[in-house]
Write a protein that binds this ligand. Sequence first.
Ligand SMILES: [Zn+2]
Length: 462
Amino acid sequence: MNKSSLTNVILLLVVLAGAVAYLLDDPDKNDPVKNKKLQAALTAEPAPQLEVPKDPFAELEMATYRRIVAAYTTGDFDGALKLSNQALAAPEASPAFKDWLTRQWPVLMTSVAWMKIKTQDCDEASKIFYKVLGVAQVPEAQKGLGFCLRVSKNWPEAASYLATYVLARPEDIEGRLIYSDTLESLGRFDEAVTILEGAQTAGEGQEAAMSELAKQRLQAMKAKAKSGAKQKTERSEHFYVSYREDDHEAILRPVLDILEAAVQEYSEIFGVAPPSTPVEVILYRKEEFRDVIPGGPGWAEGVFDGRMRIPVASHMLNQVQGPLATVLRHELSHALLSLRSNGRAWPTWFDEGTAQYLSCRQRDCDQFRFPPTPGVFSPVDTLNQPFVTLDSVEAGRAYLHSLYMVRGIVRKKGELGFTDVASRVPATGPLTSEFIAEISGWDSFALLWRDVNAWWGQKEIL
Ligand SMILES: [Zn+2]
């Protein structure tokens, strides 16, 4: 491919529109770096134009040309590619038409690969992107490949593609968010700050929500860069732990042991294989935690946002098997459930109830304590909404009631309930309370809630 045809290709590249509306109740819907929901945020919307030929082709070829354009503009990229390949293989095709077809090939392939990302098939998408990048430097292929490499936690290679992409498309805030997040995984905080700073000026004409996100991310990244200077990383079989050398060196081994034991334990309960890529864990000083997680509730003892972020208070350092182990085991439950659902949100009561149940399983805290005045049981709406929106008292109640719900399921189904839920996660669509209730042996979630509410009223110890 010569330089001018390469330029043509680049001019004609698919344009990725920003986030596309999906899962309306998802608070992170515009966030391209949280969990795997970002795959939806990255959905490609190719510009509906292929190169218009300078001189018309012969009549028959014009007909084929129009069919290719029609298929492409209606989003049938596979169809457009197939037509294009057939036309290219035809012995009677004119040199001009062949040239045109050849120039469109990377565009068509890039769009086909983005559709694979949309269906969460990064393996297939990556193969295609590698092929495309073998013949043309298509920025959108670099973005897609960088994104998929990041999903498979190949951070160094992801960073190199995303770096090239951000140079080519400096105005794309979404690309900057994904790139800076990858740099964070590599501990390259200062570079991440620079990339996010670029988003403050580059983002004109982009979605306001995306610019706002970049602003928040920049603040947090600056705090991380400050504390990150002393941050070191350690890899174990299933984890990639980042910690402060000065504060956490002594607890690193026991922390890894707790995590490795828990990942085996939980995988057995869920009836799934342990994660094939490392789970990221970051240990913070308690005092710096609020700067790192802006907007997070003050009462949070840990956060899972795709990474397990754990604030370590000084009193935890002396007895790692106590509250610190509970927090680690709690966030790990979120991490594994999130992997199981491919990033889709679970009903809050189930996510938080399971995390509390598993974190204390077969440990000192493994018993349900009724408060002195139990009060009324949280209504369904409260149990289904994200608890971060609640004040600390309401949140405390919602957590306790979530645990009670999950213990209610265990009473009815035993721990096999977790296996059944985890093994029957639907491939697509939201994960609902109805789904969990029905798998756990109730006819509906309303009936599950009714039973648990009655047990609560009778102060049954579950
Ligand atoms: Zn939690």
